[in-house]
Design a protein around this ligand. Structure first.
Ligand SMILES: [Zn+2]
Length: 309
């Protein structure tokens, strides 16, 4: 049985506390100090989790604060050319996206790796693809993210970390298209970024994928459950995404055709990221074939891409 990442740390601490309590009971020959320790430990853990949830909830529900400076006039044309999905947004969504892009570029470093020069058009393309996830939610702009590292093509990291350790989402052994780290870094291949932006209907967009991971990781764990603005929706989220994740795993095993990329069957975190790509790039198909999944993502992102013209 796999323990969901969200519960791994609390279970570890409870196990340690129980172990110490048993040791004390044996040493003292009495259950009283052990029971007191156990009660105090579990109480402290519950308080810690509650405070963490409250702090994260406040952070997530804090409205975004845009900059006062005007948006450079030439940005819209560059974004429209680099990222054609932009042209399908409603007027107010375009305005919101430009504001988010401005904020993103003002407080994130976008760095070229291996001698790659990152142009203004590249910066705008990356920022626009990342921020389209946020524009109707009105939430802060990836507050944990500091740096986006861009390689020219697929890349091979110097340190081969194990998948899903330390919040890292790894995409394949060896060469990679992108990575998302819990502590402030996203890595992208520019070739994949560019091809993902230009093909808006294949359900594959590496930037949306990595930034869906960023949303998922805002509570410190990559488990396919981002911070939901309405915690009452958690149960429905778990049921619907869990059901479709299981179906994708079965379809992958039987090599059946699927709406979602089969990479989503890797784990729940990858499922959420892959479902996000399909939500924005195959919305009509998803709404028709997987309406409950479409509704969950629509509620979360406050987007209705199936209504785009
Ligand atoms: Zn991923």
């Amino acid at each position: 049985m796999t323990i969901p990442p969200r519960f791994q740390v609390p279970i570890f601490f409870i196990t340690v506390i129980i172990g110490v309590a048993i040791a004390i009971s044996i040493a003292e020959g009495s259950f009283i100090p052990a029971a007191l320790l156990l009660g105090a430990g579990i109480f402290a853990l519950v308080i810690f989790q509650a405070v963490k949830e409250i702090v994260l909830g406040i952070q997530w529900n804090r409205p975004v604060r845009f900059l006062d400076e005007p948006i450079p006039g030439h940005w819209e044309a560059i974004i429209a050319e680099q990222f054609p999905l932009f042209n399908r947004l409603k007027a107010e969504e375009k305005t919101s996206l430009l504001r988010y892009v401005q904020l993103f570029l003002s407080n994130k470093n976008i760095e070229g790796a291996g001698g790659l020069e990152v142009t203004e058009a590249m910066r705008l393309s990356i920022a626009a693809q990342a921020c389209i996830l946020l524009i109707n939610m009105g939430v802060p702009c990836y507050p944990n993210l500091r740096t986006v590292i861009v390689y020219e093509g697929t890349y091979r990291p110097r340190n081969e970390a194990r998948p899903n350790t330390g919040g890292q989402i790894v995409h394949a052994p060896g060469w990679r298209l992108g990575e998302s780290w819990t502590h402030g870094t996203v890595v992208l291949s520019w070739q994949s970024t560019e091809s993902g932006a230009s093909n808006t209907t294949d359900g594959h967009n590496v930037v949306m994928h990595e930034f869906a991971h960023q949303l998922d990781q805002e509570d410190g764990v990559a488990d396919g459950v981002p911070l939901l603005r309405h915690p009452s929706t958690l149960r429905g989220w778990g049921e619907v995404l869990g059901t479709h994740y299981d179906k994708l795993k079965k379809a992958k095993k039987k090599n059946r055709r699927t709406l979602l990329r089969k990479y989503g069957a890797t784990n729940p975190a990858e499922f959420f990221a892959v479902a996000t790509e399909a939500f924005f790039e195959k919305p009509y198909y998803m709404k028709k074939k997987q309406p409950d999944l479409y509704e969950e993502l629509k509620t979360f992102y406050e987007h209705d891409p199936a209504s785009w013209t």
